[in-house]
Write a protein that binds this ligand. Structure first.
Ligand code: SF4
Ligand code: MG
Length: 275
């Protein structure tokens, strides 16, 4: 019997392009384990990605995959889901891709509550294009475009998605890879727009410039800065300063966009028949 790696990966495309110590492979591993967990049907699943190091993950997975343009993965995915709502559609994006160029698509996919599962690889930088700072780069970090450090506060992506209307929101890290697997599986099963932020390490374009050490040291950093959601509830904002919360952060029910759209079509057709 094939294991999940052999079943869900295009092993002939390996080795991957990622640098030594990069966390993208851990997120990819969490995804294939989540697919195994939910018994993902490869023929009825589409994986759409944007542009950047993390978006190369789609090409390594043996599904219907689409590597699109920068910031537009959610727009392509929305079109696919509208045309064939029965498909499972996953959307892979980096932090720059999702929150900057694709920021508008992100808030509107959240607002529509369209049944897509978005997995955002947050390595806190534009890795592939040379280390420019992104909307998720922490304040006072160094980047090629911030040689004296950034002066912008970063987005809290789960808060942004929640305010915009997403109905399943979670965050984990590559250190907490088993939790990441479970959260991706839960997000995939949720009916509506699911956003899972995966905090991951880019030792080359972010870690080196910010003196964070290599891939191992950045995993330790994740462990030391992540706070489980239950623990965070009893902590003050001061105690949470400089930390980030992980786990299932939010889940609610709301009408799903393609279902509402189908009802509208039925209504319009019913009306036209009656007229
Ligand atoms: Fe990973 Fe950073 Fe290298 Fe890209 S540049 S492959 S994100 S370590
Ligand atoms: Mg990035």
């Amino acid at each position: 019997m094939l294991n999940s790696t052999e079943k869900y990966l295009r092993t002939e495309k390996l080795p991957h392009i990622w640098c030594p110590g990069c966390g993208n492979g851990i997120v990819l591993g969490a995804m294939v384990r989540a697919f195994e967990k939910i018994g993902c049907d490869q023929d009825n699943t589409v994986i759409v990605s944007g542009i950047g190091c993390s978006s190369r993950a789609a090409g390594y997975m043996d599904f219907n995959t689409l590597h699109t343009t920068h910031g537009r993965a959610l727009a392509f995915a929305t079109g696919i889901k509208m045309a064939k709502p029965e498909l499972n559609v996953f959307v892979l994006m980096g932090d720059g891709d999702a929150a900057s160029i694709g920021g508008n698509h992100l808030i509107h996919a959240s607002r529509r509550n369209i049944d897509l599962t978005a997995i955002i690889f947050n390595n806190q930088i534009y890795g592939m294009t040379g280390g420019q700072y992104s909307p998720l780069t922490p304040l006072e970090s160094f980047a090629t475009t911030a040689p004296y450090h950034t002066i912008e506060r970063s987005f809290d992506l789960p808060e942004l998605a929640r305010a915009a209307g997403a109905t399943y929101i979670a965050r984990s890290t590559t250190y907490h890879a088993a939790m990441l697997t479970n959260l991706i599986a839960a997000g995939a099963k949720h009916k509506g727009f699911s956003l899972i932020e995966a905090v991951t390490a880019c030792p080359v374009s972010f870690g080196r410039r910010n003196k964070m050490g290599g891939g191992y040291d950045m995993l330790v950093w994740q462990k030391e800065h992540a706070v489980f959601v239950d623990k965070a509830k009893s902590m003050t904002p001061e105690q949470l300063q400089g930390k980030f919360v992980i786990g299932e952060l939010y889940r609610t029910k709301a009408p799903e966009y393609t279902e509402v759209y189908d009802r509208l079509i039925a209504k319009a057709q019913g009306k036209s028949k009656g007229e």
